[in-house]
Design a binder for this molecule. Structure first.
Ligand SMILES: C[S@@+](CC[C@H](N)C(=O)[O-])C[C@H]1O[C@@H](n2cnc3c(N)ncnc32)[C@H](O)[C@@H]1O
Length: 251
């Protein structure tokens, strides 16, 4: 009998943020496939095989899922956050596009999760309350010039922005360039949020102005939210909230 493939989002880190739908899928899986730290979040049990693999092996991982499912396994591929946001769901469909008819007969379901950007926004208030866009700053799968172009166009449209994969040890300079672009094109007091390891014990949220932001405020566990012109702060005795109002003056 043919098996199934479910691509499931584990949310940003907290167990409370895993949806019941994803939990049920994991509980009835025969095999879990994913990047090593995500598979490590799954409790071992009898009848469940765990298949952790390295970060750069998305297409191999997807092909492995098809192979297991074609042999009757109930495979769950786990991603952090939402599986459709810079994660495994698209990689599975990239493999399916050119796959054999046998693989095309396998049922595939994508189960959403809470993506880092939304968990980070909620932790600060509502910085994405008006129009926003979401850009992956990694140039592993696209040229850096395209990233610069998209950030420039988003600035022109005064979108709030969320940046995933902002800065890594192997890509230290890209974020410096993007920050320089923001500093040249926004007012100095426009807000920027560095939200690291959101919803985990290591969570750290730094809210500052674009003028004062430094490249080393971001790393690979950080999602960066850049405010639009209207994004602002409310200080209460206990908290500082950041929000972007829902309306914009007519142009
Ligand atoms: C390969 S992307 C995966 C995104 C994931 N699918 C999601 O929806 O959140 C990895 C990037 O997501 C962001 N990220 C994932 N989990 C995070 C968390 N708990 N806190 C802050 N950023 C996070 C970081 O920008 C990280 O570099």
């Amino acid at each position: 009998m043919t098996g199934t493939i479910i691509i499931a989002g584990l949310g940003p880190g907290a167990d409370d943020m895993i949806t019941p739908e994803v939990r049920n899928a994991i509980n009835s899986a025969t095999d879990i496939i994913g990047y090593i730290p995500y598979v490590a979040r799954i409790a071992p049990r009898a009848g469940l095989s765990l298949h952790p693999s390295d970060n750069t092996e998305e297409l191999d991982r997807a092909a492995h899922a098809f192979e297991l499912a074609a042999n009757g396994h109930r495979v769950v591929i786990v991603s952090s956050g939402d599986p459709g946001v810079f994660a495994m769901a698209a990689a599975v469909f990239e493999v399916l596009e050119t796959a054999s008819e046998a693989y095309k007969a396998i049922d595939i379901q994508v189960l959403p999760g809470i993506t880092a950007m939304l968990a980070a926004a909620a932790a600060c208030g509502a910085p994405l309350g008006h129009d926003f866009c979401c850009i992956n700053l990694s140039d592993n799968l696209k040229p850096f010039s395209l990233i610069e172009k998209r950030v420039s166009l988003a600035l022109e449209g005064d979108f709030a922005m969320a940046f995933y994969n902002p800065r890594s040890k192997s890509r230290p300079h890209g974020f410096e360039k993007i920050l320089a672009l923001l500093q040249a094109r926004t007012s100095p007091d426009q807000l920027i949020i560095f939200a690291r390891a959101v919803s985990t014990k290591a969570q750290e949220i730094t809210i500052t102005s674009i003028a004062e932001a430094q490249p080393d405020m971001a790393d690979m566990r950080t999602v960066v939210i850049v405010g639009a012109k209207a994004t602002r702060t409310i200080e209460t005795p206990d908290r500082r909230y950041i929000f972007t109002p829902r309306s914009s003056p007519s142009q």
